[in-house]
Write a protein that binds this ligand. Structure first.
Ligand SMILES: C[S@@+](CC[C@H](N)C(=O)[O-])C[C@H]1O[C@@H](n2cnc3c(N)ncnc32)[C@H](O)[C@@H]1O
Length: 231
C-alpha cells in the first residue's frame, strides 16, 4: 500500500529521503556497529563458541555496552568476560608515522576512565584496561588478564594500524576457529590495504601464515568483519 502510494507521489519519496539523510552518518555507522556486534554474539552462540569479548578502542564505552547487552539479551548459555582496552584520558598517539591521518589525530578521542568505569559498575564481568595497548598488552603478565579463556569476538576500533597489530598479536594465543574479528574503518587511509585496520589484518596474516580468515559481514560505513577459519 505505502509502496504503491510512494510510486505515485514523489513527495512521499522526499519524506523518506529527508528522514534518512537527516540522520548523522556517525549515528548510522554506530547503529551498524551495534548490529554487527549482536550478529557476532549470536553467531558465537549458535556455533557453541566459548570465550570472551575483547574490544580495543572503547572510548566512552558505547559499543562495549552494546556487546554486554547483546550477550545478556540472547540469554547466552556461555559465561563471557568483556575486556575494554583504551588510553581513555590520553586519546590517540602515533607510535608509527604511517598512522598519521587527518581525522584520527594525536590527542583526539579523549574520554574519562572514571566515568566509563562507573558506566560498567553494575557488570562484574566487564574489565577495563587503561593505557596504550603498546604498553598494556606487551608485558609478559598481560596474558594473565584473560587467563586460560579463549577469544570469541575481538573488536578492533582504534583506527590506526600500529595499535591494531599490537591488539591482534595480543589475542593471537587465544584465537580459535570461529573467533570473529571486527575491524572498524576498514577502508580508511584512502582505501590503502597496507594502512589502518586493513593494513593491520594484512600484516598479522602475513606474519602468522597458519592463521586464516574468511569474510563474515560488512557493517555501517566502512566496517568489516571476518571469521577465523584456521589457527
Ligand atoms: C573510535 S574510538 C572507539 C569508539 C568505541 N568503540 C565506540 O564505538 O563506542 C577509538 C578509541 O581508540 C583509542 N585508541 C587509539 N589508539 C590507541 C592505543 N594505541 N592505545 C589505546 N587506545 C587507543 C582512542 O583513545 C579512542 O578512545
Amino acid at each position: 500500500m505505502l509502496f504503491e502510494l510512494a510510486k505515485k507521489f514523489a513527495f512521499i519519496q522526499n519524506i523518506v529521503v529527508n528522514l534518512q539523510t537527516s540522520l548523522h552518518p556517525s549515528i548510522m555507522h554506530n547503529l551498524g556497529k551495534i548490529e554487527v556486534i549482536k550478529k557476532a554474539m549470536w553467531h558465537s552462540e549458535l556455533e557453541g563458541l566459548t570465550g570472551d569479548y575483547f574490544e580495543f578502542g572503547i572510548y566512552e564505552g558505547t559499543s562495549l555496552y552494546a556487546a554486554v547487552k547483546a550477550h545478556k539479551k540472547i540469554k547466552s548459555s556461555f559465561k563471557r568476560n568483556f575486556y575494554g582496552f583504551d588510553s581513555f584520558d590520553d586519546g590517540f598517539k602515533y607510535f608509527d608515522e604511517r598512522d598519521k591521518h587527518p581525522y584520527f589525530k594525536e590527542g583526539d578521542f579523549v574520554s574519562s576512565y572514571e566515568k566509563t568505569k562507573k558506566r560498567f559498575a553494575a557488570f562484574p564481568n566487564v574489565k577495563l584496561i587503561k593505557g596504550y595497548f603498546e604498553e598494556t598488552t606487551t608485558a609478559p603478565e598481560a596474558k594473565n588478564i584473560y587467563g586460560n579463556n579463549k577469544c570469541a569476538i575481538v573488536f578492533i576500533d582504534c583506527d590506526l594500524m600500529h595499535p591494531s597489530i599490537v591488539a591482534l598479536e595480543y589475542v593471537k594465543p587465544i584465537l580459535q576457529a570461529g573467533s570473529i574479528i571486527i575491524l572498524d574503518d576498514y577502508f580508511a587511509y584512502k582505501g590503502d590495504e597496507n594502512l589502518g585496520t586493513a593494513g593491520a589484518l594484512r600484516t598479522f596474516l602475513q606474519t602468522n601464515p597458519t592463521i586464516s580468515v574468511r569474510e563474515f559481514s560488512d557493517y555501517g560505513y566502512g566496517g568489516k568483519s571476518f571469521v577465523v577459519t584456521k589457527v
